[in-house]
Ligand binder design. Structure first.
Ligand SMILES: C[S@@+](CC[C@H](N)C(=O)[O-])C[C@H]1O[C@@H](n2cnc3c(N)ncnc32)[C@H](O)[C@@H]1O
Length: 239
């Protein structure tokens, strides 16, 4: 497992970088806390993060009524709130950023939703992380920061049959200008790594943990992957 001071590389990076990333990714709500490089990346990223969340929500909406969901890498809870509004019974969020988690818990309390929305600080790629069982696990833009060993730990920690994981399209490696820009962003921001998996590679990693029947649905620039998303028959067909 790739760890520094007993903390995973993704956790070490995101603990200090999340506030700036969120401010630039969800720029419509204010960019003040974004660093210069994140502000610049907003020019290229545009509203892709809003589109990604909306796309994921539309995919799972028919399946979440009355269900318990765990959102891994929940940041300040944006997606968790949306899933609750869309009919989930309870949404728990996990993130490494204590600031983001306490913001999310404060907001849930202000809205008197603290019984349905619960956020906790955990490093998801530490072995035996005590995760609550869930009908569905979601993670938007999280697993691409996990090298293979960490990915295995992540999957071994999940107590669910179904997940929806959203991660960047492996094919973007071939989009030369975007790839170069991403490499510059990674180096300037001292991101330890971004790992893009093909479906075949990911399938091999996930199978020993019982996650089979993976479906990849490509929308916009992102892959959304799910091994059935609660009910395979009800899943929207791949475009
Ligand atoms: C790119 S952000 C995506 C945030 C959110 N899912 C969204 O789409 O707005 C990645 C998130 O994963 C969290 N994260 C990364 N590595 C983590 C780890 N090892 N344990 C817990 N959270 C982690 C980060 O703190 C951050 O909130």
């Amino acid at each position: 497992m790739s760890q520094k001071n007993n903390k995973s590389e993704s956790a070490t990076y995101w603990e200090s970088h999340l506030e700036s990333w969120e401010a630039s990714a969800y720029f419509k709500e204010g960019q003040q806390k974004a660093n210069w490089w994140d502000k610049l990346s907003t020019i290229f990223r545009g509203d892709a993060m809003y589109v990604r969340m909306q796309t994921a929500l539309e995919l799972i909406k028919p399946h979440i009524k009355g269900k318990t969901i765990l959102d891994v890498g929940c940041a300040s809870g944006r997606f968790a709130f949306q899933m609750l509004e869309a009919g989930a019974e309870k949404v728990q969020g996990i993130d490494i950023s204590a600031d983001a988690v306490s913001f999310a818990n404060r907001r849930a309390k202000e809205l008197n939703l603290q019984n349905q929305l619960v956020f906790s600080v955990l490093d998801i790629v530490q072995p035996n992380t005590p995760l609550p069982p869930a009908d569905l696990v979601t993670a938007l833009g999280v697993i691409e920061y996990f090298p293979t060993d960490d990915m295995r730990v992540f999957l071994s920690n999940l107590k669910t049959k179904y997940f929806l994981l959203d991660f960047p399209d492996y094919g973007r490696k071939k989009e030369f200008p975007t790839w170069i820009l991403r490499q510059v962003y990674i180096r300037v921001n001292k991101l330890p790594g971004v790992y893009l998996y093909t479906l075949d590679e990911f399938e091999k990693i996930a199978k020993p943990f019982g996650f089979t029947n993976l479906r990849v649905i490509k929308k916009n620039k992102f892959f959304t992957t799910s091994p059935t998303c609660l009910n395979e028959k009800n899943l929207p067909a791949s475009p």
